[in-house]
Design a protein around this ligand. Sequence first.
Ligand SMILES: [Zn+2]
Ligand SMILES: [Zn+2]
Length: 333
Amino acid sequence: MKVHFKGTRGSIPTAYSSTEINNKIVGALLAARGKDLRSEGQIKEFVDKKLPFHIGYGWGGNTPCVHVETGSEDFLIFDGGSGIRSLGQEIVKGGAKNSTFHIFISHLHYDHIQGIPFFTPAYDPSNKIVFHGGHKDLEKNLKGQMKTPFFPIDMDTFNADVSFEIHKPGETIDLCNSLITIIEQDHPGTSYGYRVDSKGKSMVYSTDAEHNNAAHSKEYPFINFIKGSDLLIFDAPYTHSQSIGNREHWGHSSNIMGVELAARGEVGTLAIFHHDPGSSDQDLEEFQAHTKKFLQTSRTAIKQTQPGIPGAPSSRKFPTEIISAYDGLTIDL
Ligand SMILES: [Zn+2]
Ligand SMILES: [Zn+2]
């Protein structure tokens, strides 16, 4: 299973300003002073291995879209944020025709559907597009965002064969060589998370979900849902203090909650997702470091607790890795 992140930013697409690009170049040149960087190979290696990620690269600013390759000829896609535009362009460039696209929508907030009108494979009559979701009014609302006066052309302009399938929480769907399970999540207007099990590998796409006090209960259903998955894509734009402070009930979770749930769910890789549009690349790099540090510290603290004490937390073998997803990242599971 290959997971391609095409959009990882939450709420609204964010573009780099000229000042931010300028800061990256100045930062790179400052770091390069006195280094032996004559050949292109030396320069590339320096940028890849020596520069901090926020200077040499960056997170990008497209809103949620994740493409999962399962070995099937059909395409499996989660959410249609602005990231689905570049995915569509790549697919058309690759010459795909007569293809079926299964697009699972977490919910109908703009940042998760705004790229759909720009998904070029939808304009090819040889293609088939199936939108999946848990919201009963999925069809009405996806069509609604393309109605006058919000968009110049309506969804009938799509030449592909478009259909809609509504699923219930707990349902398992068999497509793209995978079993896909759906869970209802706490978010304004409700959102749905999806688990993909394919050929012995598994990933969970869970964005726009607030895990509050109920998450600490023993029988929290989300733990079973993510149990043993190789990758958990987790909505965590907030710090712990934001999530219980002024951003409580905004429908999102913290990095700390992500680590706690991934530990209990025995998840392999935890991917922090749906980044705050107000965060710079440097902020995101620090946030990632802070999240990793929390995992490390909690591992040490838990090792020091005495086994057998009622309520003592379980061991921290998981998550085995923490990453902060960025636009263009591919994970091979
Ligand atoms: Zn969102
Ligand atoms: Zn939302």
